[in-house]
Ligand binder design. Structure first.
Ligand SMILES: Cc1cc2nc3c(=O)[nH]c(=O)nc-3n(C[C@H](O)[C@H](O)[C@H](O)COP(=O)(O)OP(=O)(O)OC[C@H]3O[C@@H](n4cnc5c(N)ncnc54)[C@H](O)[C@@H]3O)c2cc1C
Length: 563
C-alpha cells in the first residue's frame, strides 16, 4: 500500500501521461459511490485499478440523494426483506468505519387517519426493521401516543394524528462519502481521475473482447487510451448509454426516476428532529431533515426521460413537496419564496414492465455484454460496499478464467475509510472538543471545528495546519479557515474548480447558498494562486459556478417569484 500518494489535481498531467503505458487489471467507468466502492474493493484485493469519471466525482446521483444511510423501511413495505437486512447491516459497519460522516439521527414517523401506515402495522414494521437490521438496543424503535408525539413535535397537525413511532436512521453526506471512499482506494493504489470521459472501447485484435477504453480528458483537452484486462461500467444513470457504446442493448434496461429535494431556512421549518411523513396526494412518504441552519425536504419519484447530466427541479416538483409539508405541519405555511436551493437526482433503477416509479425494486443487478463489459446498476448508496463486492467477485472470476489469477476475497469490511480513524464512533465528539480547545485562542469557534470534523474527520488537523501556515494579515479567522479548507481540497481531494469545492466537497451551494456571494471572489483568487489559472480559466471557473448557483433556484423563474 502506497501511503505517500496524494489525491490531487496538482500532479495530474504526470499521472495521466503514465496511463497509456500501463495495462490495468481493471478500468472502472464512473466515479459515483458505486464506482468508488468498486475501486476500493479491487485495489484492496491487489488489482491494478484505474477509475475514470467524466464530471467531478459524485457529480451524478451520488451528490443528489436524501443523504441517509438507511435500513430502507420502505423496502419492508415492498417485502424486500433481504435488502432491508443487507443495508441495515451495512449501515452499522459504515458507522464504525466512517463515524465522521455517518451519524445516527432520530426519525419521527407520525401516523395519521387514512395515511399509508396504521398504528399496528407501523409498530410491527419498525420492530421487524430493527430486528432485520440488527439495531442496537438503545436505538430500537419506540411507539408513542398522539399527545407524546405532539410534545416531541409541536408543529405536527393534531386533527388527523393518531400517534406514531420514533426510530433511527443515519444521516450522511453522499458526495463526501464518495470522496472518502475514493481517497481510501487511492491509498490502496487505485488511480482515479475526474473529468475524464470514456468515449468508446478498444477490442483485442482478432476478437470482440474489450481490451481498453478511449478517453477524453476535459481538463487537458486531449484524447488518450487506457488498457485493461477487465472493464466495469458503473455509470449510474448513464449505464445504458455506456453499454450501447459497446453493443446493441437488448433485454434488461434502466428506468430512471427523478427525485427532487428542497432546502428552506431552519427557522421556517424548525423541526425538533427529522420526520418521515405522508404526502396528502399519492400514498407516498417523504423526509424533512434538519441540517445546520436549514431543513431539507424530499423527495419526489417520477419517471424521467430528459437530459441526464442536468436534471432540474420544476415548479410542480417543488409545489408537491411544499404542499406535503404544509399538510403535515399546517402552521408553517411554506411558500416558494422560502426555498433557498434545490437538488435533483436520478435513480438508476432496473425497468420492470407495468410498475410505477415508486414500486420499482432498489436492488442492484450485474449485466454482462458479449464482449466482456460488466455493468452494474440499481442499488443504494447504503449498499455500495456489498455491490462492489459482488462486482469485484465477478471480475476476479473472469481473471481466474482468462489467466488463472488467484481469487482473493473481499476485505473492505475491515477497512477504515479516510477521515474515519477513531477507535470508537463516540471519539469524534472528544476529538472536536480537543481541537476546539486548542484553536480557541486563534479565533476558531467550536461550531467551525465541528463543521470541519464532520467533513474531514481525522484529516482535520491537516486543514488546521494550512490555517496556521497562512500569513494573511487583515483576514478574519473565518476567511483564513475557508481558504485553508480550499487548499486542503485542492491538495488532497482533487478539486479543480469552484463547483467541486462548493458543491461536492462542502455542500455549501445547497446548505449555505446565501453566504456564498460574499466569499466567491476570495475563493476564486485563492484558486488562481493554487492552480496557476490564466485570466480566461479564472473567468470560466467563475461563470461555470455562477450557472450552478442560479440553476438550483431556476424553477422560480417559471412561477415568476425570481430568486
Ligand atoms: C432522489 C434520490 C434520493 C436517494 N436517497 C438515497 C438515500 O437516502 N440513501 C441511499 O442509500 N440511497 C439513496 N439514493 C440512491 C443512491 O443515491 C444511488 O443509488 C447512488 O448514488 C448511485 O450511485 P452510482 O455511482 O451508481 O451513480 P452516479 O452517482 O450517478 O455515478 C455514475 C457516474 O458515472 C459517470 N459517468 C457516466 N458516463 C461516463 C463516461 N462515459 N465516462 C466516465 N464517467 C461516466 C457520471 O458522471 C457519474 O458521476 C437516492 C437516489 C435519488 C435519486
Amino acid at each position: 500500500m502506497d501511503l505517500t500518494r496524494n489525491f490531487t489535481i496538482l500532479n495530474r498531467p504526470q499521472t495521466i501521461a503514465g496511463i497509456e503505458n500501463t495495462t490495468y487489471d481493471l478500468i472502472i467507468i464512473g466515479g459515483g459511490i458505486t464506482g468508488a466502492g468498486i475501486a476500493l474493493d479491487a485495489a484492496s484485493r491487489g488489482l491494478k485499478t484505474l477509475l475514470l469519471e467524466m464530471q467531478d466525482f459524485a457529480a451524478g446521483t451520488s451528490s443528489r440523494s436524501t443523504k441517509l444511510i438507511h435500513g430502507g423501511l420502505r423496502y419492508l413495505k415492498q417485502l424486500e426483506v433481504g435488502l432491508v437486512r443487507e443495508v441495515g447491516q451495512e449501515r452499522a459497519l459504515l458507522y464504525s468505519k466512517a463515524p465522521h460522516i455517518v451519524h445516527p439521527k432520530k426519525m419521527l414517523l407520525p401516523i395519521i387517519e387514512n395515511g399509508s401506515l396504521g398504528v399496528n402495522a407501523t409498530s410491527f414494521g419498525l420492530y421487524m426493521y430493527d430486528w432485520l437490521a440488527g439495531v442496537e438496543k438503545d436505538e430500537r424503535r419506540s411507539m408513542h401516543t398522539k399527545a407524546e408525539l405532539l410534545q416531541m413535535e409541536p408543529l405536527l397537525r393534531d386533527d388527523l394524528l393518531l400517534g406514531g413511532g420514533l426510530y433511527y436512521e443515519y444521516q450522511t453526506d453522499d458526495a463526501r462519502l464518495t470522496i472518502e471512499v475514493l481517497k481510501t482506494a487511492n491509498k490502496f493504489g487505485a488511480t482515479c481521475f475526474n473529468y475524464t470521459e470514456v468515449t468508446g472501447f478498444h477490442y483485442q485484435t482478432g476478437s470482440n473482447k474489450i481490451a481498453g477504453v478511449k478517453v477524453f480528458d476535459h481538463i487537458g483537452k486531449a484524447a488518450f487510451s487506457a488498457y485493461a484486462k477487465q472493464v466495469v461500467n458503473a455509470a449510474g444513470p448513464w449505464v445504458d448509454i455506456v453499454r450501447t457504446k459497446d453493443e446493441h442493448v437488448k433485454g434488461k434496461r434502466l428506468h430512471l426516476t427523478k427525485g427532487v429535494h428542497v432546502v428552506v431556512p431552519y427557522e421556517r421549518l424548525p423541526l425538533q428532529q427529522a420526520t418521515y411523513f405522508d404526502t396528502p396526494t399519492d400514498n407516498r412518504m417523504i423526509f424533512a431533515i434538519p441540517r445546520g441552519n436549514t431543513t431539507y425536504i424530499g423527495t419526489t419519484d417520477t419517471t424521467y426521460t430528459g437530459n441526464i447530466a442536468n436534471p432540474q427541479a420544476d415548479a410542480e416538483d417543488v409545489e408537491y413537496i411544499l404542499s406535503a409539508v404544509n399538510f403535515m405541519f399546517p402552521s408553517v405555511n411554506l411558500t416558494i419564496a422560502d426555498v433557498l436551493s434545490t437538488w435533483t437526482g436520478l435513480r438508476p433503477l432496473i425497468h420492470e414492465d407495468g410498475k410505477a416509479p415508486s414500486a420499482l425494486s432498489r436492488k442492484d443487478e450485474i449485466f454482462y455484454s458479449h464482449n466482456g463489459l460488466i455493468s452494474i446498476a440499481g442499488g443504494k448508496l447504503t449498499g455500495f460496499r456489498k455491490m462492489a463486492e459482488r462486482t469485484v467477485d465477478a471480475v476476479m472470476k473472469e481473471l481466474y478464467k482468462t489467466e488463472g489469477r488467484d481469487i482473493k476475497n473481499c476485505i473492505t469490511d475491515s477497512i477504515t475509510l479516510s477521515g474515519g480513524h477513531f477507535i470508537y464512533p463516540e471519539d469524534v465528539e472528544t476529538f472536536i472538543q480537543e481541537l476546539a480547545a486548542q484553536y480557541e485562542a486563534q479565533g476558531i469557534t467550536v461550531q467551525q471545528i465541528e463543521d470541519l470534523v464532520y467533513k474531514y474527520g481525522s484529516n482535520t488537523p491537516q486543514v488546521l495546519q494550512f490555517f496556521e501556515e497562512q500569513k494573511k494579515p487583515g483576514k478574519k479567522p473565518k476567511e483564513k479557515l475557508l481558504l485553508a479548507e480550499l487548499r486542503y481540497c485542492v491538495q488532497y481531494e482533487m478539486v479543480s474548480n469552484l463547483s467541486d469545492f462548493l458543491i461536492r466537497r462542502t455542500g455549501r451551494l445547497y446548505f449555505e447558498r446565501p453566504s456564498i456571494e460574499k466569499v466567491m471572489h476570495l475563493l476564486l483568487d485563492e484558486l488562481e494562486k493554487l492552480l496557476g489559472l490564466t485570466k480566461q480559466q479564472k473567468l470560466k471557473c467563475y461563470s461555470d459556478f455562477e450557472k450552478e448557483y442560479r440553476f438550483v433556484v431556476q424553477f422560480k423563474e417559471t412561477v415568476g417569484a425570481g430568486s
